[in-house]
Design a protein around this ligand. Structure first.
Ligand SMILES: NC(=O)c1ccc[n+]([C@@H]2O[C@H](COP(=O)([O-])OP(=O)(O)OC[C@H]3O[C@@H](n4cnc5c(N)ncnc54)[C@H](OP(=O)(O)O)[C@@H]3O)[C@@H](O)[C@H]2O)c1
Length: 448
């Protein structure tokens, strides 16, 4: 934890103040009504990528995925198959939107204003759990969600558990990451709000979506999971760099990657949009590539920032969230039947995999965003707080009991003996190329 800087040390830029409040003051939807809750609605069969990342244009027929793809898929599917009713429904159960009062902050920066942690995708899964835990620890959290309404619903649910939580939801704008224009507008609105920034958590994500394209024509996983986040960090990095002068500790950039990034051959920095490989599109490989890009982003940012901002990526564990809704909507929290699942061989296999709930899955988010220890490391990939991979000893990995790949009986455990093989793509050259190409792709949308 670090203290809010005294007034004399705050030096924030007067950035285009527009004199508007940066916070909405009440929730507009009742999140206790699960049938109407946007997270629990079935995926739409929309043809418009702009509307929703779950838009699912018909996937081209593809060859059966390679074994490792299947394993990655199983792991991720498994996470969803146990989609937790616990953390989400606990949050939603007693929520009354009308009682949600989101913490106010002024558009002009006050010298004593506490720095915030901005989390993308903070309305669901591990992003929501991290926001809740950070708020409970007294941190100020900006809930960056697709729409203002989703942000307010999440704020309402958090405040049910953490009365007085310091939460910011930007009014009228949403962080819709299928569109760089909307992403730019959100980043711009955040900068205009004047909120000081201590940490930026790139968390939002989609998984295994059939081939689809963003508003600018980018492959959906690349566009949402990587490119829109690249634009967000590009815009907010100057604000993040100011954290050290205010707080005495560097700001933190943390990207939620996944061990799925290890999938060999998934990343092709010369075909980021799957144009050359379109006919052979493989949605799990596309997801894996985007998770590799998350890690390459923080590796390259770490080299560029040289310790002024701590830039790290992490795997949250195999976590029961709504991530599965794009592939197995019947297994979302609303629809699944855990008892029936346990009666199947697949369900029993899942039970041995060390699945985490969202609260447990958020612990590395929380550590990287708020601990001083984490600010002293940069350019790393973590599996748990302080547990780096590759680099951790076998003993340390074994101690991470809930990381299923390290349990001796599991099929992938043997591969841990060759971790380098699975990180061949993690090179400085790939990171640099990805960075330069991403800069070119967002150029027209850069926040000047
Ligand atoms: N669950 C796991 O086992 C696991 C394992 C490894 C890594 N991860 C990573 O963890 C992160 C969080 O996932 P989760 O498991 O918590 O899943 P989740 O519950 O589905 O949360 C995903 C979040 O991303 C947001 N999002 C999706 N598409 C978006 C878009 N176009 N624009 C803006 N926001 C968008 C979602 O918003 P909506 O609710 O509005 O769609 C939601 O808030 C992801 O990056 C994922 O890759 C998860």
């Amino acid at each position: 934890m670090f203290a809010v800087a005294p007034a004399s040390r705050v030096a924030l830029p007067a950035r285009r103040p527009r004199g508007r409040s940066n916070v909405s003051d009440s929730a507009s939807s009742d999140c206790s009504d699960r049938s109407r809750h946007p997270l629990l609605a079935p995926p739409r069969a929309s043809s418009s990528a702009r509307d929703d990342a779950s838009s699912e244009p018909a996937a081209p027929p593809s060859a059966p995925p390679p074994r490792r793809v299947v394993l990655a898929g199983v792991a991720a599917t498994v996470a969803g198959s146990l989609a937790s009713t616990r953390s989400l429904s606990t949050a939603l159960a007693s929520s009354d939107a009308s009682s949600a009062a989101v913490a106010a902050s002024s558009a002009s920066v006050s010298a004593s204003e506490p720095g915030a942690i901005l989390i993308t995708g903070a309305n669901s899964g591990v992003g929501f759990a991290a926001a809740k835990q950070l708020a409970a620890a007294g941190k100020r959290v900006v809930l960056a969600c697709r729409t203002e309404a989703k942000g307010l619903t999440a704020a309402s649910a958090i405040r049910e558990k953490v009365p007085g939580a310091a939460l910011d939801v930007l009014p009228t704008v949403g962080l819709e990451m299928t569109d760089l224009r909307a992403t730019r507008d959100y980043a711009s609105a955040f900068l205009d709000s004047g909120i000081p920034l201590d940490a930026l958590v790139l968390n939002a994500g989609i998984m295994a979506v059939p081939l689809g394209r963003t508003a600018q024509g980018h492959e959906m996983h690349f566009g949402v999971n990587h490119l829109a986040h690249f634009l967000v960090q590009d815009a907010l990095m100057p604000r993040l760099r100011e954290a050290e002068a205010r707080t005495g500790a560097p700001g933190a950039l943390a990207a939620c990657s996944s061990i799925a990034n290890m999938l060999p051959g998934a990343l092709d920095v010369d075909d980021l949009d799957w144009l050359r490989r379109e006919k052979n599109y493989e949605k799990w490989a596309a997801y894996a590539a985007s998770k590799a890009e998350n890690l390459l982003l923080t590796d390259e940012a770490a080299r560029r920032e040289g310790g002024k901002v701590a830039c790290n990526a992490f795997h949250p564990g195999i976590v029961t969230t709504n991530l599965v809704r794009y592939i197995l909507p019947q297994l979302t929290a609303e629809n699944r039947d855990p008892e029936a699942e346990r009666a199947t061989p697949g369900g029993r296999l899942v039970a041995r995999m060390g699945i985490r709930d969202a609260d447990e899955g958020a612990k590395t988010h929380v550590w990287l965003a708020s601990s001083e220890d984490a600010r002293r490391v940069t350019g790393k990939f973590f599996l748990d707080p302080g547990l780096e991979y590759p680099g951790a000893t076998r003993k340390e990995l074994d101690a991470a009991q809930d990381w299923f790949l390290v349990q001796g009986s599991e099929p992938l455990a043997a591969q841990l003996k060759l971790p380098q093989k699975f990180f061949e793509w993690r090179t400085e050259e790939n990171a640099r190329k990805l960075w330069v190409r991403s800069e070119e792709m967002i150029d027209a949308f850069r926040v000047k």
